[in-house]
Design a protein around this ligand. Structure first.
Ligand SMILES: *Cc1c(COP(=O)(O)O)cnc(C)c1O
Length: 430
């Protein structure tokens, strides 16, 4: 490591917060110099094969030439303009794509900067909907345990009550209803105990519940759990039966990761409100969106005060919208379903056998997501360090070692990735 980088990393360690970290950070962050495709080049010129897609986002790897070109063109014409009273082609073209691709009925688009805020807006829409119908007592949410919806206050309140931050902020967080998590297993033949428990809460509290909110099929940061499409289908039916809205958080699953363009499609359902984020620009720049049905927009607009009460400074940033348009066009022009199948088959073959290892609780795969759940929750940092030594980038949390590579990761790099995971986990558990 040269002097320049040593000084930078020392400054970083002393002054800059990283996600969920101490300051100064006892573990120095690793310097990154550049990215290309599925390769991350570190400050010391070592190259790592990326297993994280920067937290689901980089669907086509880093620096995709088509996305970069679209961004270059937008920078030269108009990097940003306020959205109050003004509009632009990138926002309109992106909205058209989102409306045409997303589940039927979602026709209205609200652009924001990050996933958490997309969920804040989703929650606000649901609350304003019932206020507009003069039913303000419907102001609680019903969600499931092991969920994750973001780090802001409204979203923290619907994250898992144990592994979220509820105990720390309990006085500040609104109290919502929590049903048991859906039973684990995409292919599970379930006895529906989980649905019955959710239904019992709806029955008892429907007059106070504005919406059910959950992640479809894949619960991400709250446990990396996969559940059966039939559960989601039944949730949709229960929402209709009990007059409750359905908010679906596709921030991690949107744009193909599970093998369908949106995870809702596994259940053949449409939510009333849907949040998109992470995957929207292919990991090139931050952007998120909340989609809603016409019934939602009409009700809010006909109610009091007749407007949706939200409006971020950088709403619908044109540079980010251009990146998102290019991301979607690249995705649709690519053989993404074949790629997801290819990665899923490779993960089945290589990662599922780790189940047999002492110290491993479970290994599971869905689409281009591979998860190894350990028995111990304190090995993440050691496994991350071993992974870097083995030439791959992983960011385990708690008991979970997981990977979701770029859809177009070349086969030799995919093999390096799974070999590296197997080696790192085996070394650390030995
Ligand atoms: C990451 C994530 C969020 C929060 O998005 P941010 O951009 O980090 O605010 C919300 N919901 C789900 C399912 C996520 O994976």
């Amino acid at each position: 490591m040269n002097q320049h980088w040593s000084e930078l990393l020392e400054y970083d360690q002393q002054h800059i917060w990283h996600p969920y970290a101490k300051l100064p950070n006892p573990v120095q962050a690793i310097g990154v110099k550049k990215t290309q495709g599925s390769i991350i080049t570190l400050a010391d010129d070592r190259e790592l094969v990326d297993g994280m897609s920067s937290w689901w986002a980089a669907l086509h790897g880093y620096n995709h030439p088509k996305i970069q070109q679209a961004m270059h063109e937008q920078i030269d014409t108009m990097p940003h303009i306020m959205f109050g009273g003004l509009t632009h082609e990138p926002a309109i073209e992106l909205a058209k794509r989102l409306v045409s691709l997303s589940p039927a009925g979602l026709e209205k688009v609200f652009f924001v900067d990050s996933g958490s805020v997309a969920m804040e807006v989703a929650i606000k829409m649901a609350l304003q909907y019932w206020i507009s119908l003069s039913r303000p007592a419907k102001n609680r949410l019903l969600t499931v345990k092991n969920g994750y919806h973001g780090d802001t206050f409204a979203t923290m309140a619907v994250c898992d009550p144990i592994n979220g931050m509820h105990s720390l902020f309990s006085e500040m967080l609104p109290k919502h209803f929590f049903a048991p998590a859906p039973q684990m297993g995409f292919d599970l033949e379930s006895d529906n105990q989980d649905i019955d428990a959710l239904k019992a809460i709806l029955k008892a509290h429907q007059n106070n519940i504005a919406a059910i909110t959950l992640e479809p099929i894949v619960q991400g940061a709250g446990g990396m759990r996969f559940y059966r499409p039939d559960y989601l289908k039944q949730v949709r039916a229960l929402c209709d039966e009990f007059d409750v809205l359905l908010i679906v958080d596709e921030i991690a699953t949107g744009f193909g990761r599970t093998g369908k363009l949106f995870a809702c499609e596994w259940a053949g359902i449409s939510p009333d409100i849907m949040a998109l984020g992470k995957t929207l620009t292919g990991g090139h720049i931050t952007l998120a969106a909340t989609l809603a049905t016409e019934q939602i927009s009409k009700t809010i607009s006909n109610g009091h005060p007749g407007i949706l009460a939200h409006g971020p400074t950088f709403m619908a940033n044109p540079l980010a919208c251009r990146a998102a348009i290019a991301n979607i066009d690249v995705l649709l022009a690519s053989p993404w379903q074949d790629n997801i199948q290819r990665i899923q088959a490779h993960f089945h073959q290589t990662l599922l056998p780790l189940k047999e290892l002492d110290g491993v609780n479970d290994a599971r795969v869905l689409g281009a997501i591979g998860v190894i759940e350990l028995e111990r929750s304190d090995l993440g940092a050691t496994i991350q360090a071993a992974a870097v030594e083995n030439g791959i980038w992983l960011r385990p949390f708690g008991k979970l070692v997981y990977t979701m590579p770029a859809y177009n990761i070349p086969q030799p790099q995919l093999e390096t990735l799974t070999n590296g995971i197997i080696r790192s986990v085996t070394q650390v558990l030995k």
